[in-house]
Design a protein around this ligand. Structure first.
Ligand SMILES: Nc1nc2c(ncn2[C@@H]2O[C@H](COP(=O)(O)OP(=O)(O)OP(=O)(O)O)[C@@H](O)[C@H]2O)c(=O)[nH]1
Ligand SMILES: [Zn+2]
Length: 374
């Protein structure tokens, strides 16, 4: 199976093309390809042609990550392994990524407040499809269009292709068509499907996106039915659902869960706690894409720097008045733009302070007595 891969001489038993290996990837000479299934400190669990095992990071990988944490291997990465004399493998390089989920220098602490962790964090890579799961009903609320807009923006920003899945379609039988139309207008240019994982309705439509061994993640709020959908796709229980977790009383964090889940018919799902908790990313480009209809309107405003807040000749306000543009959507655009701007400012500030810190260290080094200067 491996004869047409760049490593030629290597042969094994796992068909890496089913894990998404493709011709656009190429390896340094003498190395062996593998896909990262999970990361631990200083090592990764990888799947290579001859099985799944741990590979420690080489000195080169550790150095690169010390300079830039985004260079750390993450789930979904394709990597080059070096075979050590004693037969073990060392992870020696991360191959170029086609897409990446990066969390900015901000995280939520346990009390739900914001805390700056001072570093970007890479959560997942090489994701082709981003399923945005939103339940048709969430306790007593209807699907939240604002949340869909936010997650679709994150999806575009990652470089993957967003697909919206309206889950728990059985809870909303009357007027589902109207709901789907609303969702479609919140995510222009994005496919929208209704799914019921209980009956299996729509699951095949979702699976079809993974044809050709594509890799997907599922974003969505707690209780959206993500685990139930993954199980339906896998045709077996690979993820504990809320019901199971409640019934055995162990709580969700005690279950060791797999993070890169190969599906029987080909294709993979990435499901990590980090991806599940996605909140804030740098997403200014994604916001522009998800609100492309408003961006188009804004191009017709009389003033190039129109703030769409009552200026004369504002095409956005005109569309609002004619009913062409729902007020909710304009509010959502303002809100996500503010958030994106805040994130951008925040990561600029972070970069500046990192630069200052680097220079302080360099100056200190230079002042050390007896130190030879370059
Ligand atoms: N009626 C109905 N209930 C569903 C459907 N899919 C999932 N559920 C139920 O919704 C609840 C939450 O489902 P999960 O799959 O655990 O949700 P999740 O998105 O993985 O939740 P977190 O793990 O907390 O992020 C469970 O009780 C499921 O049985 C569906 O299609 N219809
Ligand atoms: Zn305007």
């Amino acid at each position: 199976m491996f004869s047409d891969s760049p490593s030629g001489s290597f042969s094994g038993s796992i068909d890496l093309s089913l894990l998404g290996w493709n011709d656009s990837l190429s390896l340094p000479a003498g190395t062996v390809p593998a896909r990262v299934a999970r990361v631990d400190r200083g090592a990764a669990e990888v799947i290579a042609a001859d099985g799944q095992f741990q590979a420690r990071y080489s000195a080169r990988v550790r150095r690169a990550a010390a300079d830039d944490p985004i260079a750390l291997p993450c789930v979904g990465d394709w990597v080059a392994l070096d075979r050590l004399p004693e037969g073990r493998y060392e992870l020696d390089a991360v191959l170029p990524r086609t897409s990446a989920f990066v969390r900015g220098g901000v995280s939520r602490d346990s009390r739900g407040g914001l805390s700056g962790d001072g570093q970007g964090q890479i959560l997942a890579a090489n994701v082709d499809i981003v399923f945005v799961a939103e339940p048709s009903m969430h306790s007593t609320d209807f699907a939240d269009l604002g949340r869909i807009e936010r997650l679709v923006a994150l999806a575009w920003e990652s470089g993957g292709r967003p697909v919206v899945i309206v889950t728990k379609a059985d809870l909303f039988e009357q007027g589902l068509g109207d709901l789907l139309a609303d969702v479609e207008s919140a995510a222009p240019g994005v496919d929208v499907h209704a799914v019921c994982s209980m009956t299996g309705e729509g699951v095949d439509l979702v699976r079809a996106y993974l044809d050709g061994s594509k890799t997907a993640v599922i974003l969505g709020p707690s209780g959206a039915g993500k685990s139930t959908l993954v199980n339906a796709l896998a045709g077996e229980t690979v993820m504990d659902t809320q019901q199971v977790r409640a019934a055995d009383g162990r709580g969700r964090h005690t279950t060791v869960h797999r993070e890169l889940i190969p599906l029987p018919g080909g294709g993979l799902i990435i499901d990590t706690p980090g991806i599940r908790r996605v909140g804030l990313y740098d997403m200014s480009d994604g916001v522009d894409l998800v609100f492309s209809d408003i961006e188009e309107l804004a191009a017709n405003c009389r003033f190039g720097d129109c703030s769409h807040d009552g200026e004369p000749g504002c095409a956005v306000q005109a569309a609002l008045e004619s009913g062409e543009l729902p007020e909710r959507r304009l509010e959502s655009w303002f809100k996500l733009q503010r958030e994106a701007a805040w994130m951008a400012r925040r990561s600029d500030a972070r970069l500046r302070s990192e630069e200052t810190r680097k220079w302080k260290i360099i100056h200190k080094e230079m002042r050390k007595p007896g130190r030879s200067r370059p």
